[in-house]
Ligand binder design. Structure first.
Ligand code: CA
Length: 223
């Protein structure tokens, strides 16, 4: 059974998630403060995944993440507020697996949880054409052994492609997976810009295409 620790001080969110996650068959433990979370992490109970709110009454979700990292290797998804984009990058640097911006739809969080657990179950390192190496455990991307700095959104877009290697993803699939419900001024142009940036960062000029455009359909990660 997959065990999840939810660290969240907003009771409405906790209640909603408890119902939805238990329906999906997850075993859920909850904590509303940094202190509660640390106590839960010190019991013999092991967790597969931690959902951590960044703003907690007695500290930051980062503290919980750091503490958890010392105790084991549970996957981490941060639940962030809209204006936390800078913090989110920090979170991914710290080795969080993903983040979801509030307000989020439970269905969206569930699909992120499944993706993170799937990635955890498999290998953390993926090699792509053009000397690109993605280590999802460290949230680190390199090209020819050089670190490629990606923004949180660029990284997440790459993760969506990695979850569907060699498959054509439509623009609307990408939009719904990458961007949060109601957030980030999403439109088609934004997606085009992010794809372009991701290509510029990952593809060698004149080298093989990593993200192919499939005319009239969408995009495909070449593997
Ligand atoms: Ca909070």
């Amino acid at each position: 059974m997959t065990r999840i620790l939810l660290v969240e001080d907003d009771d409405t969110i906790t209640q909603g998630l408890r119902y939805a996650l238990e329906q999906e068959g997850y075993a859920l433990t909850t904590a509303a403060t940094v202190a509660d979370a640390k106590a839960a992490l010190q019991t013999p109970q092991r967790f597969d995944l931690l959902l951590i709110d960044l703003g907690l009454p007695d500290g930051s979700g980062f503290e919980v993440c750091r503490f958890a990292r010392d105790k084991g290797d549970a996957a981490v998804i941060f639940l962030t507020a809209r204006d936390d984009e800078g913090n989110t990058v920090l979170g991914l640097d710290m080795g969080a697996d993903d983040y979801v911006t509030k307000p989020f739809r439970i269905r969206e969080l569930q699909s992120r949880i499944r993706a993170v657990l799937r990635r955890r179950a498999g290998t953390a390192v993926t090699l792509l054409p053009g000397g690109v190496r993605v280590d999802t455990k460290k949230a680190e991307v390199t090209r020819d052994n050089q670190l490629v700095p990606l923004s949180a959104l660029e990284y997440r877009l790459l993760l969506v492609f990695l979850a569907h290697p060699g498959q054509v993803l439509t623009r609307s699939q990408l939009l719904s997976e990458v961007f949060d419900e109601g957030g980030n001024f999403v439109n088609d142009n934004t997606l085009t810009v992010y794809i372009k940036r991701l290509r510029a960062r990952l593809e060698t000029p004149g080298g093989p295409a990593l993200i192919a455009t499939v005319r009239g359909l969408g995009y495909r990660l070449e593997v």
